[in-house]
Design a protein around this ligand. Structure first.
Ligand code: 0X9
Ligand code: ZN
Length: 301
């Protein structure tokens, strides 16, 4: 089991997923959201307590060095399977959950073994350069803004939309269950932000104000335990203009009503190197916010 006091390597996380499925037979099953360039699975878990339920999709570690997102997604999964809290249990029972802790497995392994600050995937592109920013590679306003055509750049968008096996296969998986997804959560770090689409436009869409209100209330719940403050806002406004991101595609092309991108702790004191003693508090406050978000989403319909 996980102790939430250190960051885990990919092999340990994947073995833990397999253990959970063995322990929670009939409720948890392994799902595979495709394969990476180096042939690793994008391995996740589906939690389902019965048929006919709407779905919540949770993914982390699209950016390799954002290790706090890996453990936060694992924690959500663990709580949904093991918590005795009534609201958490209701959330687990009322929805089908599709949970992928590591959507960029090659990059994550590279960040553990070779370069702690690696962000992109590990596929060779042009000019001897390696890696595409998977959060610029989705087919939504691809390469329109905040993305690079330079293969050496950390925000290189790739040679075309969905040029990368990780974003291509995960998007196909999302499409295959798209009409049942009610809420989509993408975990990044850092900055303490809760972002809603779109990456290059601040124009409100149909449920924009509901999305912001639900998000603000969820961040209110997040702040209760340790006082951690998050800002909720549109991507282009709250952080910077960036297109080709996962949540933009999920909103625009799949039509999922509620989609959010968390930018977890901290606010650049430690940045990507968030100390291990912040793992548990971070994960607890995030779980508080997810439970409240579901509660609020029901209120707003
Ligand atoms: O630049 C990014 O991809 C995200 N910030 S990070 O520091 N984690 O790299 C922000 C992305 C926001 N846009 C979308 N999710 N579409
Ligand atoms: Zn990121």
């Amino acid at each position: 089991s996980m102790e939430w006091d250190s960051y885990y390597k990919l092999a340990d996380i994947y073995a833990w997923l397999d253990d959970l499925v063995a322990t929670y037979k009939g409720i948890a099953s392994i799902i595979v959201g495709g394969r990476s360039h180096e042939g690793r699975q994008i391995r996740g878990i589906k939690i389902s307590h019965g048929s006919g339920r709407r779905a919540i999709f949770v993914e982390g570690t699209m950016h390799a060095r954002e290790w706090i997102t890996t453990t936060a997604v694992c924690y959500i999964l663990n709580e949904l399977l093991t918590s005795n809290d009534s609201e958490t249990k209701a959330a687990a029972h009322d929805y089908d959950w599709y949970i992928f802790p590591v959507t960029n497995p090659d990059g994550y392994v590279w960040s553990h073994e070779q370069n702690r600050m690696w962000r992109k995937n590990r596929r060779p592109t042009t000019g001897g350069h390696i890696g595409v920013d998977l959060n610029r590679n989705w087919n939504s306003n691809w390469l329109v803004s905040g993305a690079s055509t330079n293969p050496a750049s950390d925000t290189f968008a790739g040679l075309g939309p969905f040029s990368e096996p990780e974003s291509r296969s995960l998007s196909a998986y999302i499409s295959s269950i798209g009409n049942k997804i009610e809420l989509f959560l993408s975990f990044h770090s850092f900055g303490q932000l809760l972002l809603v689409p779109f990456g290059n436009s601040t124009a409100p869409y149909a449920n924009y104000h509901d999305a912001i209100n639900i998000g603000r209330r969820a961040m209110g719940a997040l702040s209760v335990r340790y006082g951690t403050q998050y800002v909720t806002g549109n991507i282009a406004e709250a952080i910077y203009s960036a297109t080709g991101g996962g949540i933009d595609w999920v909103k625009e092309k799949v039509g999922v009503p509620l989609v959010y991108c968390y930018e977890l702790r901290d606010k650049n004191e430690h940045g990507f190197l968030l100390p291990e003693d912040q793992i548990l508090p971070n994960n607890q406050e995030v779980m508080d916010s997810v439970v409240e978000m579901i509660h609020q989403a029901k209120r707003f319909g």
